[in-house]
Design a protein around this ligand. Sequence first.
Ligand code: GDP
Ligand code: MG
Length: 424
Amino acid sequence: MLTAISGINWGDEGKGRMVDLLSADYNVVVRYQGGNNAGHTVINERGKFILNLLPSGILRENVVNVMGNGMVVDIKHLSEEMARLKAAGIKITPDNLKISDRAVICMPYHVMQDCLEENRLSDKKFGSTRRGIAPVYGDKYLKKAIRMGELKDMAALKERLKGIVEWKNLTLVNVYGAQPVSTEDMMEHLRVYGEPLIPFICDTGLYLNEADKAGEKIMFEAQLGALRDIDFGIYPYTSSSNAIAAYAPIGAGIPNRKLDLSIGIMKAYSTCVGEGPFTAEYFGDKAESLRKAGGEYGAATGRPRRVGPFDVVASKYGIRMQGADEIALTKLDVLSYADEIEVCVAYEKDGERVTEFPFPQNLESYKPVMNTFKGWKCDISKCRKKEDLPKEALDYIQFLENAVGAKIKYVSVGAEREAYIVMY
Ligand code: GDP
Ligand code: MG
């Protein structure tokens, strides 16, 4: 059984929270793309955790966690994240964490390059998390990247690294006027942070294939939402990898297998971190009220998230791109503060109503068309059954289902593991 948990919107939908909840029935949780630009917050009986690289299944004792070949791994960040979790009493051993030998290492010069480029772009910046993600994926496709499995042969690695460093310095020095990096320093970095990871590195595709054949249940955890997917998102304001569910078997190392279930995590309103067109964006007091109610500050960066009402056009597109069979609607409790709740039901451009998500060039020129609903104005965070929800909340859910053409199976009404409702 292969299940993907992916984001319908721009990310931060609560994927980590839903993986933590739904992984109870799974044997394996796999991250299949992205790097430590992810920030997945999980709150359960063991505490509050923010995970950047480790799959959210790491918090469950009997779940095996896999970091797939589609990922980019900052090994220093991973070491620190592992140490932080271990200090909180979380067990991490080669038995419950497996890192793909084909996953790519995000090097210090990738982080440098990311910062140098964002600074060069100045007010035209992409809103990168400055963690080296775009440069390292770029290098992967230029075939100038180092993979985790190469740590097992340091002598051969040093030979390859020499050529790569020589090439990278051409850019750092001549394009950006920065200091060059040295092969020795980079080797030292790989030794210090890479060597302790060697016991975790293996052919995770083979492992997953065997686990699947043995009837184990495998869950894929996406980082970011459909609208940040490199191919289908708001390019170029996307991430540099495929966050969509269809990529999960590839980024995990089992391209021979198809997904059995795709669960889309959809937020009850919209948020977006970083730059790029965000059609239904709120500004001023309206934005501040929603941001405060939802605690919308980035888990990875602490940046205030841009906020807006639920966007039917973008979400319908996200559901289609994720092939979502089931939907989990998250953070519904956040809207309890509002007298009225708006929903962006269409876009408008040159007097024309647009209901299919457009090619993202000139997306800024589309205006949101809003519908307004009566709020429920009461605390719903203790509701655990459909019948507990006030009529206005049920009406809102029903409206969203009809508008996006998908059934909402789970409604999350709080950040804690047990704060959810199964709708059918
Ligand atoms: P992810 O990147 O998709 O895993 O989402 P993030 O963890 O970045 O952002 C979601 C935030 O909302 C986190 O702080 C969660 O603890 C919190 N959260 C998740 N689900 C709910 C919910 O239903 N209600 C509330 N109030 N908070 C939630
Ligand atoms: Mg996040």
